[in-house]
Write a protein that binds this ligand. Structure first.
Ligand SMILES: Cc1cc2nc3c(=O)[nH]c(=O)nc-3n(C[C@H](O)[C@H](O)[C@H](O)COP(=O)(O)OP(=O)(O)OC[C@H]3O[C@@H](n4cnc5c(N)ncnc54)[C@H](O)[C@@H]3O)c2cc1C
Length: 491
């Protein structure tokens, strides 16, 4: 059977590997020059940048995926646990390290507020219990209707928690200090949401980064991409790069062919990993779109981003592998990201700087640093060169002030990737970096479905579908959809 996969992001790569292992003749069409999608690589003058993901979290989910092939992550790449997990710069006030050892973090929380350590312990116990039940009952479940949702134990546990409560409200009841609140809230950025619009059940994110820890695959996230690409090709999947799909042909509610920039190919089934709104609205005839333009236009989109890939010919000593710069007035800043009325370029945003060269000698030449700077931006704001440059200068000023080092004069590589670049490179709807946000109404059954409701042999995987945003989630989405395809075929 011919299975065609559209797109080779983590969702497409993992689905291709699973389908090929099941014996399908798999062909993957990818618009760009290589595999990885949002996790592509940019290299210049010996500086190697992972263009997207840099946090390897939820190691259990990667393990579960590789186990489908009888493999362990450690057989495919060197995985180390970072310590400290990350460094936080709280405005101009204080710099702290979040340790991989929880006891250290309890002491740190005691320094934030009275009984801070005890409060963190309780918070993490709740997050840990919820994580265990959500992995079993929710993440790997294929939500087809709201009945599936009601049967989920996690939801019942969620009800006890009050699923309508925002993370912000949940956190504010438990912690008083600005620092403690920020540490347990920042990780919601991984889900493309804000503490105000994300349900409290996502406090599991703190179990993920504080209890489970932060890992790094030696050689960067590209090693994870390579490992899945190699698994897929070892089972016979064929990849056609620089060959975008231009339309999907359907007869009597079944896909028959896929048309690309270079030809037409017969398909028994098609699995789309390309951005869901692009594939529905641009690759399918209107009558076969499960979700129309109005649907997409009314979703809460995860933000776009400003990403700076900067190589410097020195080591910036005070930066660690992961560095968060969290500004004082950050609660108000979320409006600039999610409220269309207030959407605008940020004036003094919180931001993130990743320095893989701190732990990885292959990231940049000896004695130099790769700086990956990330600032979330609202989708749909003016895409101007001046604004990008202004933001770059602002981040540089702030970084120099907070590290006390001259960085600007040492820049030897500089590339900025933002807003329309996401549209052009990935066909990203409204230039989103992450797809649709994890609000309550865009969780589980309410995320776009893994299977078309109108076309029999058309499937989807990737960050738009359940369970959602982030590399581990996209691997699960493929496990869910390929298992569904197999069940149907066996019938
Ligand atoms: C800046 C940034 C930082 C991030 N940081 C982290 C992190 O630290 N940890 C983490 O776990 N996650 C992180 N994420 C999220 C994570 O990267 C994504 O959730 C995940 O990679 C999405 O994978 P995907 O397969 O759904 O989509 P994509 O990676 O976008 O893959 C879709 C593919 O489809 C291709 N395509 C589009 N249109 C067509 C067409 N017509 N024909 C053929 N191909 C097409 C695209 O080129 C792309 O390769 C980050 C994302 C970004 C952008």
């Amino acid at each position: 059977m011919n299975a065609i996969v559209v797109g080779s992001g983590f969702g497409g790569l993992s689905a291709a590997a699973l389908l090929a292992k099941e014996g399908y003749n798999v062909t993957v069409f990818e618009k760009n020059e290589g595999p990885g999608g949002r996790s592509s690589v940019y290299s210049e003058k010996g500086f190697n940048f992972d263009m997207g993901p840099s946090w390897y979290l939820m190691p259990d989910i990667y393990e579960n995926f590789y186990a489908e092939f009888g493999k362990k992550p450690e057989e495919l790449f060197d995985l180390k646990k970072l310590d400290p997990s990350y460094r936080i710069f709280f405005g101009d006030k204080r710099i702290v390290d979040i340790a991989s050892d929880l006891e250290e973090n309890f002491k740190l929380f005691d320094s934030f507020e009275e009984k801070g350590g005890e409060k963190l312990k309780e918070y993490l116990e709740s997050a840990g219990k919820l994580y265990d039940s959500s992995v079993k009952d929710m993440l790997y479940k294929d939500f087809k209707s709201s009945l599936d949702l009601l049967s989920g134990k996690m939801l019942l546990q969620g009800m006890r928690l009050n699923i309508f409560e925002s993370l912000e409200h949940f956190v504010n009841k438990r912690f008083e200090s600005d620092e403690a609140r920020k540490v347990v809230e920042y990780s919601i950025g991984f889900l493309g949401g804000s503490p105000q619009n994300t349900p409290s059940m996502y406090h599991i994110m703190s179990h993920i980064d504080l209890t489970m820890g932060v890992f790094y695959p030696e050689g960067g996230m590209r090693k994870v991409v390579d490992s899945i690409y190699e698994l897929a090709t070892s089972y016979g999947a064929e990849f056609k790069f620089n060959e975008p799909v231009t339309s999907i042909e359907i007869e009597k509610n079944k896909v028959t062919k896929v048309h690309t920039s270079q030809g037409s190919y017969e398909a028994d089934l098609v699995l789309v990993n390309a951005d869901y709104p692009h594939s529905e609205m641009e690759l399918l005839d209107k009558k076969y779109q499960t979700y129309d333009e109005k649907y997409w236009d009314t979703r809460i989109m995860a933000p776009s981003a400003f990403v700076g890939y900067v190589g410097v010919d020195k080591v910036v000593e005070s930066l660690d592998h992961h560095n968060l710069f969290l500004e004082d007035d950050w609660a108000n800043k979320f409006d600039q990201l999610f409220d269309p009325e207030k959407a605008s370029w940020p004036d003094s945003p919180s931001y993130y700087v990743n320095v893989p060269s701190r732990t990885d000698s292959t990231a940049s030449p000896q004695g130099t640093d790769t700086l990956f700077m990330l600032v979330p931006l609202a989708t749909g704001i003016e895409n101007s060169a001046e604004k990008r440059e202004e933001l770059y200068e602002h981040i540089m000023d702030d970084l120099e002030k907070k590290t006390g080092e001259n960085i600007r004069d040492h820049v030897v590589v500089k590339r900025i990737f933002a807003l329309d670049d996401f549209k052009e490179r990935y066909n990203a709807y409204k230039g989103t970096a992450l797809g649709i946000s994890h609000t309550l109404k865009q969780t589980a059954h309410w995320r776009p479905a893994h299977k078309s409701k109108l076309v029999k042999n058309l499937y989807y995987s990737g960050q738009y579908t359940h369970p959602g945003i982030g590399v581990p989630m996209t691997l699960i989405s493929s496990q869910i959809v390929v298992s569904d395809i197999n069940k149907k075929l066996k019938k």
